[in-house]
Design a protein around this ligand. Sequence first.
Ligand SMILES: Cc1cc2nc3c(=O)[nH]c(=O)nc-3n(C[C@H](O)[C@H](O)[C@H](O)COP(=O)(O)OP(=O)(O)OC[C@H]3O[C@@H](n4cnc5c(N)ncnc54)[C@H](O)[C@@H]3O)c2cc1C
Length: 420
Amino acid sequence: MKYDVIVVGAGIVGLSSAYYIKKYNPDLNLAVVERASTYGQGNTGKSAAGFRDVFTSDINFKLSNSTVAYYRSIQDSGTDIGMKFCGYLFLLRDKDPREDHFDEIGKKTSVRIIDLEEIRGINYLNPAPDSESAELMSLPTIMSAVLGENCGIIEPDLICKHYFDECVKMGVQFFFNFEVESLSLDPVNKLDFPGEPFLWQDKILRSLKSGKREMQADGFVIATDVWTTSLLDPTGIDSHIRPKKRQVFQVGGENIEKMVFDDRFTGSGICPFTILPKSGIYLRPAPRERAFWVGVADDIQRDFSLVEDPQAENAFYEMNLLQVIRSYYQSFSSAKLQSSWAGYYSYNTIDKVPYVFRSLNMIIATGTSGSGILKGDGIGRSVEAAYSRKGKVKLSNGLEFDTEDLGVRDRRIDPEKIIL
Ligand SMILES: Cc1cc2nc3c(=O)[nH]c(=O)nc-3n(C[C@H](O)[C@H](O)[C@H](O)COP(=O)(O)OP(=O)(O)OC[C@H]3O[C@@H](n4cnc5c(N)ncnc54)[C@H](O)[C@@H]3O)c2cc1C
């Protein structure tokens, strides 16, 4: 089987990449291969599924703001993708939230400053943890908050379905249960001599193998998230990313339910995705489950290992997250841990902004650093721009940037400071 382009990986990045390459190059013969039995089963399916455009890095803002705009247009056109604009509420230790980068962010998107009086009006929130807990765990007193208004929650399987359906309509072919075993390089000009390719030969990727199946293409998109490293390593091409396990704990109960459906800030029917002032612990409303999804991007002491079926550690919730959360929210003391799961962030450890770069005849898209769904549309457009060798990435809402900005060699990025 020979294609013009094969995309490896049918997560949000592979799907949106396939969609834009086919959309702007309709004559190309395009296939997507995926080792799972359907799309969206990797980290896309494990995520906390929040969206925001509250980022310090300009390029992260552009990717997220344009993606939110695109997703909103899908939802408004009648395809339900579960988007709820419930906001992101950052509870802050500082009296003046502008000290926490929000002044700059407020110039680009809609944020509202919430003062102490409004915070005190939330009867189930205790802004000042008792002194013993505060001292033991270095818990700050909440002094203010910022509400990101162009933010909320989404259903990743439905946004994946949108791209998948559109790809199928355009004639993209999908091959599931196709696990690419390794990427082996061939010489561009083959001599049929043992030991090829030699140092002095130009190299190219021509085909992918999965068991007895083989597929050939002229170009490839590697959209395999944390698994990109093991695919690329044998070729000597650096993925520039490292994996970290990330966990989600679903917590429910009668008092929790009341919090989930308290929509005083946005009128969206649910409370905001809330970020505590300690360690970036977040509470994500999960209205379908009438519960919260609790998570954190823990850093020191969380190793960079990668296993195939990562498990959530309930003791991590009990001994780490719960101790902090219940100091601010008493209701969590009696709440039930209902379920939990784990996946990975593919971290760009330098600037926490995605990579989209070309190497040989491959475009590599990875390093989403925990926010690939909410940037999914922008990343797909960036892959298309890199594939088509366009100088600029043009985003859904008219914003743009240089295609090389997300690359490796001529990367021009301001590092991201708000990672959740
Ligand atoms: C706990 C958690 C919470 C998160 N919360 C959020 C959030 O709130 N908002 C947000 O935007 N993002 C969030 N993320 C991050 C988000 O999930 C990722 O950034 C995004 O899913 C990356 O998409 P992807 O397509 O690159 O990766 P994936 O969805 O992992 O897709 C990669 C695909 O490649 C396939 N694959 C791998 N190797 C091979 C192979 N050899 N052959 C064939 N196929 C292969 C995999 O099966 C997989 O389907 C979270 C992630 C986690 C783990």
